[in-house]
Structures are given as structure tokens and as C-alpha cells.
Design a protein around this ligand. Structure first.
Ligand SMILES: Nc1ncnc2c1ncn2[C@@H]1O[C@H](COP(=O)(O)OP(=O)(O)OP(=O)(O)O)[C@@H](O)[C@H]1O
Length: 479
């Protein structure tokens, strides 16, 4: 009798021989389970932990017979609100940015078909400044300080809400970035830097991106009139910063007319990396109507400077990141029971599947890039920060020789951390496995899933479909 154990070798076998997972389980599975050195004969009890694989096997076999699959928790449905983001079908100009004078009616973004596998075009990509502890006050650009929202009457602002100034149309051809983003040109101090945050000669990130391809499809998004957005001020008079990260600071704001809450991302180096901002906007646009990223409204432009813009998104989940949530869970300030924990992991898995199915790799999946709505037990999530995301191809990180880099970048798959290996679906799955482990380490089944996803051998990690099946099985088990 063969016993199916959760060993990596089983998954290596599955993957290396390209055997269908369900068939594999069908062959290997017998109704006993060997788990943590114990033989269990009563495998169908829901109470006993660690028997997920038996359940998966059961589900797999049932499915093999019925060809049907049921899911208890549904993924958050597609957004119903119409999005201002639009897909522009063709490239018409060679200039990277083009202003189209006429407004076109808002419509949801159309889905781009399957991922197109192309050989990676190696382009020198954006700099990512090292994590800095940034004081919000020095990040505020002058035009924000000078903001006088009362200059627009409510009626006019309502009009402006509906009638955005213009649409930017951006080409999808690989954007050469070498001239504007090489570390050489920046470290020599030849470029004037915005916001006074990163000074010439600042240390460069050890994890500078060396190569990436921008193959993101051609998507237009809107330039919003800055007068429709009011940036929120703290009682101290400071602008309210939701978070500061590697690429920028995110400010709280609202629509002047309706008070609809917004998160506006200002980039530390907007003038250096316009293509990065554009790429992030296009990826956000591409993922609209999936319900797994915040609603994206377009960009605000710094008056008088066409190169500097900011991303305007829906303010989601009261700004609660998974990082904050895990911290609170570990300090017992918030408690998630087993079912809630599994629900949260389920959402993360399904959301990543949706993102991958649109041809997008996140490449930077970590706990502070996930927002969680803890206002109810649904635990809806949104992935944020697509600054390093790619469409259709992977990107390569440069190996870090910084002490403790393995800890600092532990969310990245080991083969990615090594440099030279481009990111891929399995690398995102590794990062997802880290998240599942951080959230669900108290639950054996989640720990097992996390362990599989974080296998050092990329080929041994479960595929997204296998992962979804495991999570579905686990959810069914807990209901
Ligand atoms: N749509 C949003 N709603 C609420 N809060 C948000 C939103 N987007 C971002 N934030 C907050 O701002 C922080 C920084 O956002 P983001 O990750 O996009 O910036 P970043 O500079 O790219 O950071 P990173 O260091 O992860 O690269 C988040 O951790 C979160 O706290």
C-alpha cells in the first residue's frame, strides 16, 4: 500500500514528470494517511488536523468522476462601478506619451487574453531606492503644499468629477529606460530630484533591478484635474500619509464633491521613472474589474510638469495592510479563528490566481503589499503596489551581497534572490507561501501548504491550480 505523504519528493515527481496532479493523487492515494509519523485510519474526520491531503484526494477523485468542482467561498465578484480606465486598442504614435484631447465615455477595462510568452527583452529598468525612513513633511511637493481646494465650487467640482481633462495614451512597445534611470547618471548628481528626498550620492539599493521587460499592453488612463482631489490634513496640519515605501509615499485624499476616499501615491523620484509609473498604472488598469486590486482612477499631474504624476486609487480597507494585521494577531490585539484564517488565505490564493490569469506577475509579493478589510468577516483583500509587476515575462533581481539580505528579502524565492533567474509564476507562489505561513502557522494544513509553496526547488512548488484545489479542499473541510 502506498501512502500519500506531503513530501516534497512527491511534488517533484508530479512536476518533473508533468503528471496531472489529480491523476497522480488518484494513483497514489489510499484511504489511510501517514502524517507526522502516525498512521491514521479514520481519515474522514474534520477534527483531526493534517488530513487535508486525504480530503484533497477525495475531492480530486470525485472531480475526476464528475468533472465538477464546487467552491464554498466565492472570490469577490467583479466590480460593478464603471471604471474610468479604458483600453486603447492600437498604438498610433511613436511618442511614449500622447495627450488625446477628446474625452471618451468611461467603460470597464477589457480583459487582455492569455499571457504571451516572449523572450525577455532586457531593458535597464528603474532604480528602486533603498527603504528609507522618511519623514512625511519632506515628501510633500510644493504644489501639494500650495493646494487650495476651496477654489472650486461644489457644482464645478461635480462637473469636474465627471469630465476628466484628458486621456493619456501610452505605447506598449518596450520603453527604453537606460538613459534616464542608470545609477550612474543619478549618483553623479546630474539629475534634479523631486521632493528633496533622495539626494545625489544616496546609497543605492542592493536589490536594484537589473533587467526587466515592459510588455504591458497599451492601456490609456485618465489625467484627473487636481482640483477635484482634496488631500487630507492631520490635526497637526501635516498631510496624512498612509504609508511610505521604496518607490513612494501614499497620501490620504478625497474627492471634493462626494468625499469618496482616495489613496494617492506620490513617487519619490517621479521624474526619473515616468515609465515605471506608467507601467504601474497600466497594470492597475489591466487588473480593474477583477476585484483584487483597488479601483484605479487615473493620474494627477503636477501642474506645469508633464513628467511628474501620481497614481490615484480607491482608499481600501482603512489602509490595513497584512503586515499590520499579522503584527496585531501576534500581539493578540486581534484574533482570527481557524475558519477566518483559512478564509483570508483562500482569498490571497484566489486573488493571485486572477492576477496570473491576466498575464501579470506581481514580483514583489509581501505582507505590506496586501490590504485587508477587517471590517467584516469576509476578509476581502486587495493586492497593491504593482511597481515591479510585469506582463507576460519575468524580471530579474540583482543578487544582494548585503549582510542579512536573505532575511530582508526572504519573501523572494531563493532562485530569484540569487539573481540571473527571472521571476515566474512559481516565484510568486513562493512569496504567497511565505504569506500563508505568516498568517496560518498555527493551522497544520496551512503550514503544510506554505511549506510546499516555499520549496527551495521551484519545480517542486505546486502550480496555481493545485494550490487553489488545496485551498478549496481546506475551505470545504472547515465548513
Ligand atoms: N489603495 C490604498 N488604500 C489604502 N492604503 C494604501 C493604498 N495603497 C497604499 N496604501 C498604503 O500605503 C503604503 C505604501 O504603498 P505602496 O506599497 O504602494 O508604496 P511603495 O512605495 O511602492 O511601497 P513598497 O516599499 O512596498 O514598494 C501601503 O503599505 C499602505 O499602507
Amino acid at each position: 500500500m502506498k501512502l500519500f505523504t506531503i513530501s516534497h519528493s512527491n511534488f517533484i515527481k508530479v512536476n518533473s514528470r508533468n503528471i496531472d496532479f489529480k491523476n497522480f493523487l488518484g494513483h497514489i492515494w489510499k484511504p489511510e494517511a501517514y502524517y507526522k509519523n502516525q498512521l491514521f485510519k479514520e481519515v474522514w474526520t474534520k477534527k483531526r488536523p493534517g488530513l487535508l491531503r486525504q480530503y484533497i484526494a477525495e475531492v480530486a477523485l470525485t472531480q475526476a468522476h464528475q468533472g465538477q468542482k464546487t467552491s464554498v467561498i466565492e472570490v469577490t465578484p467583479a466590480m460593478t462601478l464603471s471604471s474610468p480606465v479604458q483600453l486603447t486598442p492600437t498604438m498610433t504614435h511613436s511618442s511614449p506619451v500622447q495627450v488625446i484631447p477628446e474625452m471618451t465615455p468611461a467603460s470597464p477595462v477589457q480583459v487582455i487574453p492569455a499571457m504571451t510568452l516572449t523572450s525577455p527583452v532586457q531593458v535597464t529598468a528603474a532604480m528602486t531606492p533603498a527603504s528609507l525612513s522618511l519623514s512625511p513633511s519632506i515628501l510633500v511637493p510644493h504644489w501639494l503644499e500650495e493646494q487650495t481646494p476651496q477654489t472650486v465650487s461644489p457644482a464645478a467640482s461635480e462637473h469636474l468629477d465627471r469630465n476628466f481633462q484628458s486621456i493619456w495614451s501610452i505605447e506598449s512597445s518596450p520603453l527604453s529606460t537606460e538613459s534616464s534611470t542608470s545609477s550612474e547618471s543619478t549618483s553623479s548628481g546630474r539629475l534634479s530630484l523631486p521632493f528633496g528626498v533622495v539626494q545625489p550620492g544616496s546609497p543605492y539599493p542592493d536589490y536594484q533591478i537589473r533587467k526587466c521587460s515592459i510588455h504591458t499592453p497599451h492601456i490609456s488612463f485618465l489625467i484627473l484635474d487636481p482640483r477635484i482631489v482634496t488631500f487630507t490634513k492631520e490635526p497637526s496640519g501635516m498631510f496624512k500619509v498612509l504609508g511610505s515605501g521604496v518607490s513612494g509615499s501614499v497620501y490620504h485624499a478625497s474627492l471634493l464633491s462626494s468625499g469618496y476616499q482616495l489613496a494617492v501615491k506620490l513617487y519619490h523620484q517621479a521624474e526619473l521613472v515616468p515609465h515605471t509609473i506608467v507601467n504601474e498604472g497600466m497594470i492597475m488598469a489591466l487588473l480593474q474589474n477583477t476585484g483584487v486590486v483597488p479601483k484605479f482612477f487615473g493620474v494627477l499631474q503636477e501642474p506645469g510638469d508633464i513628467q511628474k504624476f501620481t497614481l490615484v486609487q480607491e482608499f481600501f480597507g482603512d489602509g490595513m495592510t497584512l503586515y499590520k494585521l499579522i503584527g496585531m494577531m501576534n500581539k493578540h490585539q486581534i484574533t482570527l479563528n481557524e475558519k477566518e484564517t483559512i478564509t483570508l488565505c483562500y482569498r490571497l490564493v484566489h486573488a493571485l490566481k486572477v492576477i496570473h490569469s491576466r498575464g501579470v506577475l506581481v514580483n514583489d509579493l509581501k505582507n505590506d503589499n496586501v490590504l485587508v478589510d477587517v471590517s467584516n468577516k469576509e476578509f476581502n483583500i486587495r493586492y497593491i503596489d504593482f511597481g515591479l509587476a510585469t506582463f507576460g515575462v519575468g524580471m530579474t533581481y540583482e543578487k544582494s551581497y548585503e549582510p542579512n539580505s536573505d532575511i530582508k528579502y526572504s519573501f523572494l524565492a531563493p532562485e530569484v534572490r540569487q539573481g540571473d533567474n527571472p521571476t515566474c509564476v512559481a516565484a510568486d507562489i513562493y512569496s504567497l507561501g511565505i504569506l500563508i505561513g505568516e498568517i496560518g502557522w498555527r493551522i497544520d494544513e496551512l503550514e503544510d501548504i506554505s511549506e510546499r509553496c516555499t520549496d527551495q526547488v521551484a519545480l517542486a512548488r505546486p502550480s496555481m491550480d493545485e494550490l487553489v484545489m488545496m485551498m478549496d479542499g481546506l475551505v470545504n473541510l472547515t465548513n
